[in-house]
Design a protein around this ligand. Structure first.
Ligand code: FES
Length: 111
């Protein structure tokens, strides 16, 4: 059985998606049609894959690396529970994960 993820799009609509263990959250979101650019394809150089994790899920995802934290400083509308979706690999324990996709993103490479 797949791992279900609920994306909340910029208009507040819930978009259900499903992935397999090891899939990147970015790819699952893109496959479901969410506006996640992910222009650097997971190289932690753009921050256009930024998502805001539901607070009750945030602590369950493990800590972001220092590089990810640095890149999140560039993300548009970053919050305390922001993460880069390219850095989250799905596990069985993430079944039901809920994240919001912000309406705007900043490509740190174009700054
Ligand atoms: Fe560029 Fe995640 S895809 S930082």
């Amino acid at each position: 059985m797949g791992i279900r993820v609920n994306f909340i799009d910029p208009l507040g609509r819930v978009v259900g998606a499903e992935g397999e263990p090891g899939d990147s959250l970015l790819r699952v979101g893109q496959a479901a049609g969410l506006p996640l650019e992910g222009t650097c394809e997971g190289q932690m150089a753009c921050s256009t894959c930024h998502v805001i994790v539901a607070p009750d899920w945030f602590d369950r995802l493990g800590e972001a690396s220092e590089e990810e934290e640095d890149m999140l400083d560039f993300a548009a509308g970053a919050r305390r529970t922001s993460r880069l979706s390219c850095q989250i690999a799905l596990t069985e324990a993430m079944d039901g994960l809920t994240v919001s996709v912000p309406g705007e993103s900043v490509d740190a490479r174009r700054m």
